[in-house]
Design a protein around this ligand. Structure first.
Ligand code: LMR
Length: 400
């Protein structure tokens, strides 16, 4: 009965790893998926995560019962505080409801379905370009996806004018997806002054902010700095949604741990929102897994572990920044034509190189360098040892 099916294409991001795994070359390099690697090119389990897991194992009172539909309640409270701030008035006033979800993707999907069911506007505006999964998540959630201008290929920076025009022209009440920091795939973020203008425009038009926060701590190395745009929107007393992921900042990729917070106008509304979120979650996956959220809760509740985490997080962010500098210098040393300053200007895990799909395919074929076809490279996959190889490949492709 399934014989009529056509073979579906691989995922544009995760499929890069599939192709990489099949390549027998010893010099192959995977800069596709945004997953942190050490200088030795190995995945990293944070020390603080190992300690938290040890604590969990040693605790014989721990059981494997189902979590409530909303997940681990302590994790939810700590996650809301992490993103909104210890002193958040919205938390103090019990206006925030937070549910544990399956990492960033799950949080976006639950939030999307909730909005499709209960919000009067069904259109969500996403940045052009954005993370490849965003349009699929929101379309399947039942929303209509439209784009707003964001990236200017000529400057490899923000198209702020285009952004303001497009959001200004969006129908009142539309949902707007905002990358809290370290925009994926471009690495281009608005300045704080620009965020303030975006906030004013959105609030004046009643646009609903839905933040995707996948990189808190990864952009600047500071958890508070990276959460600032969200906190500006919460400080004005208005509503917003926030999807949080612990994949990158705690290295908990495969644990699938994240949270969706909805900031409401009153505690009463927040309670009703939570009751409706449960109706979205229960038929989808019933309740979330316990292990990843428990690790996060152990780290966030303990002052010493929390501090240790911030140091490890900063070390990851700093290594990425150092890779940016090294790649930029390597291209300069080769006299590679073009302006490559965007490599050091862009923020977070990715550099949006400006290379086109044909150039990417040349680099994969000739140099065994794997990246997404839009020219995005994961700086976290690079090391001092592999920078020269990448610089050679970029030089070759642009001088070809
Ligand atoms: C990425 O953009 O590479 C990451 O967010 C991983 C993913 O799931 O696509």
């Amino acid at each position: 009965v399934f014989a009529h099916l056509v073979q579906a294409p691989e995922d544009p991001i995760l499929g890069v790893t599939v192709a990489y795994n099949k390549d027998p070359s010893p010099i192959k390099l995977n800069l596709g998926v945004g997953a942190y690697r050490t200088e030795e090119g190995k995945p990293l389990v944070l020390n603080v995560v190992r300690k938290a897991e040890q604590q969990l194992i040693n605790d014989r009172s721990r059981i494997k019962e189902y979590l409530p539909i909303v997940g681990l309640v302590e994790f939810n409270k700590l996650s809301a505080k992490l993103i909104l701030g210890d002193d958040s008035p919205a938390i103090r006033e019990n206006r925030v409801t937070t549910v544990e979800c399956l990492s960033g993707t799950g949080s976006l999907r639950v939030g999307g379905e909730f909005l499709a069911k209960h919000y009067h506007q069904k259109t969500i505006y996403i940045t052009q370009p954005t993370w490849g999964n965003h349009p699929k998540i929101f379309t399947l959630a039942g929303l209509t996806v439209k784009t707003y201008r964001y990236y200017d290929p000529s400057t490899r920076g923000l198209n702020f004018q285009g952004l303001l025009e497009d959001l200004g022209a969006a129908p009142p009440g539309s949902i707007v997806l905002l990358h809290a920091c370290a925009h994926n795939p471009t690495g281009v973020d608005p300045t704080i002054q620009q965020w303030e203008q975006i906030r004013k425009l959105m609030r004046s038009k009643g646009l609903m902010p839905f933040f995707d926060s996948a990189y808190q701590g990864f952009a600047s190395g500071s958890l508070d700095t990276d959460a600032k745009p969200i906190r500006m929107f919460v400080a004005d007393g208005g509503e917003c949604l926030v999807a949080q992921s612990y994949a990158k900042n705690m290295g908990l990729y495969g644990e699938r741990v994240g949270a969706l917070s909805i900031v409401c106008k009153s505690a009463d509304v927040a309670g009703k929102v939570e009751s409706q979120l449960k109706l979205v979650i229960r038929p989808m996956y019933s309740s979330p897994p316990i292990h990843g959220a428990s690790i996060v809760a152990v780290i966030l509740r303990d002052k010493n572990l929390f501090h240790e985490w911030t140091l490890e997080l900063k070390a990851m962010a700093d290594r990425i920044i150092s890779m940016r500098k090294q790649l930029f210098e390597a291209l300069r040393a080769r006299g590679t034509p073009g302006d490559w300053t965007h490599i050091i200007k862009q923020i977070g895990m990715f550099t949006f190189t400006g290379l086109n799909p044909a150039q990417v395919s040349f680099m994969t074929k000739e140099y065994h360098i794997y990246m997404t076809s839009d020219g995005r490279i994961s700086m976290a996959g690079l090391s001092s040892k592999t920078v020269p190889h990448l610089a050679d490949a970029i030089h070759a492709v642009v001088t070809k």
